[in-house]
Ligand binder design. Structure first.
Ligand SMILES: [Ca+2]
Ligand SMILES: [Ca+2]
Length: 493
């Protein structure tokens, strides 16, 4: 692929050599990262203009060519190609001073399993409840039934409308503002936007999972709605452009908006101990505000410029907050935890800065039952497992053999499996931690015995243990024993 691209670009770029004499020489500078060899080897080479140089790139065992960068020295012109290949070659016509940089990338161990689904979609928030994963996309709510997925994945996906094609009482057409999702009062709550000219009208949508009916509520301050949470009582909180909107589930009416100015463009909100914590496009760290709208403040990161675009937010079992950034300018993959009033940062870039052009960082965060933090490495095409105790991490291929997956959001089910979905992908990824029933890092006889103790049980049985129902069918039986046995001796991060 590189060959054809290089040749095409050079054929299209002949205009810039018309004014130079053919006896002139030019310099080609070749550089490469660790992880492979290039020939000619890295260095500066002088050629007569028009020389065709044959360049080969060979990755070491366990590495691949991640990307190649070509820049015309002293000019804006440059381009970049992405691979995952172990060998590539190019015939490059040197008609100007150029630099070529070859970036090798360590191949990651695979930890995931992939379920290919019949539709492409870009879910954002996902909710796990009752053996199903739910998310929003387009005008629909989608349900992935894990019980069915274990038998026949093609029957696991269902979807229903949560909003009409065009705006109620208007002509605006659907615009994607369907990223947040909350479950409260027996309903799923999400948002939808309709554009007409320069104006976009936003609605809160309520979906009834029993009757499959929906209902919409409009609101003028519901601008750019993103994440939503239900407080477990009566209120849906919605991250919006200028604060946090509130809606009463029992009264079915708006209860105002908490203003978070100067922190705007809220992305994720999290409710804990009568405070709402938030991240956002213009927040710079982790914001906080009391439920009565007072005590607005910010917890800064030590590099606030990087955290200007903080994204996802979660809390560990002790209530310690963790966030990820999506720095669109800097080549940084970073997560951080709140220590006192400052965010302690962990840079996940090293060895994983695969294919980073604009440096967009990690997104979804999810703790497993062992307290490890799983991080969706959107732009690094991998999923990270971060151990908060040792402050070390590993990156894993997220389950797609071609490495094309871009994990975006992660959710844990109630048997300790981590599910994730990549943006624009048709694949649901699974990190199956459930087989290690006692969470000690190994699948062995102890786990088999645990299933044995719950054998022949259903949720009504005295010996029922949901952790042993590994195929989500509400029964512990030989199928569950076999699942563990098939993974005997495996170890987990
Ligand atoms: Ca075990
Ligand atoms: Ca079962």
């Amino acid at each position: 692929m590189l060959v054809s691209l290089v040749m095409t670009l050079l054929l299209g770029g002949n205009n810039f050599i018309t004014n130079v004499s053919s006896e002139e020489t030019v310099t080609l500078t070749l550089t490469a990262t660790d992880g492979g060899t290039i020939n000619p080897s890295p260095g500066n080479y002088t050629y007569t203009i028009g020389t065709v140089v044959h360049i080969t790139m060979t990755a070491d065992e366990g590495w691949c060519i991640d990307h190649v960068k070509l820049n015309k020295v002293g000019e804006w012109w440059g381009c970049e190609w992405y691979y995952p290949l172990t060998f590539s070659e190019a015939w490059f016509t040197v008609d100007h001073n150029y630099t070529i940089h070859v970036h090798f990338h360590r191949l990651l161990a695979s930890i995931g399993k992939t379920y290919s689904l019949p539709v492409a979609n870009s879910p954002w928030m996902m909710i796990y409840t009752d053996q199903c994963i739910w998310w929003r996309g387009g005008l629909s709510i989608l349900r992935f039934d894990l019980t069915k997925a274990m038998v026949n994945v093609s029957q696991a996906l269902s979807s229903w409308r949560v909003a009409p094609e065009t705006e109620p009482n208007g002509t605006g057409y659907h615009e994607s503002f369907d990223i947040g999702l909350a479950y409260g009062g027996g309903y799923f709550w999400s948002s939808v936007g309709y554009r007409e000219g320069e104006h976009t009208a936003y609605y809160l949508s309520r979906f009834d999972p029993t009757t499959h009916e929906y209902r919409l509520w409009n609101c003028s301050y519901l601008v750019n709605p993103r994440s939503m949470i239900f407080d477990g009582n009566d209120t849906i909180y919605i991250a919006v452009e200028q604060g946090i909107a509130k809606f009463s589930v029992s009264e079915l009416s708006w209860k105002g908006r908490m203003n978070t100015y100067p922190y705007q463009g809220l992305v994720t909100i999290l409710l804990m101990n009568d405070k709402i914590y938030f991240t956002g496009a213009n927040v710079g760290g982790i914001g906080h505000i009391d439920l009565d709208g007072t005590n607005l403040g910010i917890y800064n990161a030590t590099t606030p410029v990087t955290w200007r675009n903080s994204f996802y937010l979660t809390a560990d079992e002790n209530g310690v907050l963790w966030a990820s950034t999506t720095s669109a300018v800097y080549r940084i993959h970073m997560i951080g935890k709140l220590v006192g009033t400052t965010i302690k940062e962990y840079d996940l870039s090293e060895d994983y800065n695969s294919s980073i052009q604009c440096g967009d960082g990690p997104y979804g965060l999810c703790f497993d039952d062992q307290g490890k933090l799983w991080v969706a490495g959107w732009y690094s095409h991998c999923i990270f497992c971060f151990d908060p105790e040792t402050e070390t991490y590993n990156g894993y291929d997220a389950g797609n053999p071609d490495g094309s997956n871009m994990p975006y959001y992660l959710v844990k089910d109630d048997i300790n499996n981590i599910w994730g979905w990549g943006e624009g992908s048709v694949d649901m990824n699974l990190v199956e931690l459930s087989l290690d029933i006692n969470n000690d890092g190994t699948v062995n006889i102890v786990d088999i015995v645990a299933v044995g103790l719950a054998f022949d049980s259903t949720p009504q049985s005295p010996n029922w243990n949901k952790r042993c129902d590994l195929n989500y069918d509400s029964a512990v039986n030989i199928i569950d024993i076999v699942r563990v046995a098939l993974h005997f001796d495996e170890t987990y991060p």
